[in-house]
Ligand binder design. Sequence first.
Ligand code: HPA
Length: 236
Amino acid sequence: MSTPHIDAGPGAIAETVLLPGDPLRARFIAQTVLDDPLQVTARRNMLGFTGRWQGRPVTVMGGGMGIPSTAIYVTELARVYGVRRIIRIGTCGGLGEANLGDVLLAQSASTDSRFNRMQFGDHDLSVCADFGLLRAAVDAAVVQGVPVRVAPVFSSDCFYDGDPQLLDRLRRHRIAGIEMEAAGLYGLAMREGFRALAILTVSDHIDRGEQMPADQREQGLERMARLALACTEGAD
Ligand code: HPA
């Protein structure tokens, strides 16, 4: 069993997948928070690891950057490996009141990508987080003492340039963060029938030109991973 982009064997991928963008972050998370992590896929160096968390199997795998890359992995995980929950853990640029290091739970994801429109007759698809995962993440944040904000985010296809008025439009609509994957993940969740949530740490502030130092990024990653794991507890 394998797909064009994932070479894990049958049963090697858990029903719950944590999906950072960077495969080396996937390895860091697997080695930091999972018991007995084993590398299960490495095609194109997009590393994936399966281990156990509180006795339950969990996979952590990189998804790359942007909706097209994320969509390839997510589609194959859902269709071929039967994955039922995908929690993106990543970073975003903060807007407005968001502060560096804040954790956003992406309730909805607007986008400039045509990815969902291509599947939906060019209509607007209102993509949003799975309510059960979102609620569980809020509950877990309270238990773990992690301040989180449930917020709308924006997934852009352009890291550089793009719509010169985009940031003003996002502020005008009180969107708290900008990243590049959540809208594709949420749209796929609706079409493929899995549960999805994006947990994002504000790694840089667009308005204030601030950036998080590397060591804090690592801490943020572990914090998101622990939230993501806790919110799969008892989920469906
Ligand atoms: N834009 C898009 N994606 C991001 C950003 C950003 O400013 N920061 C972290 N991920």
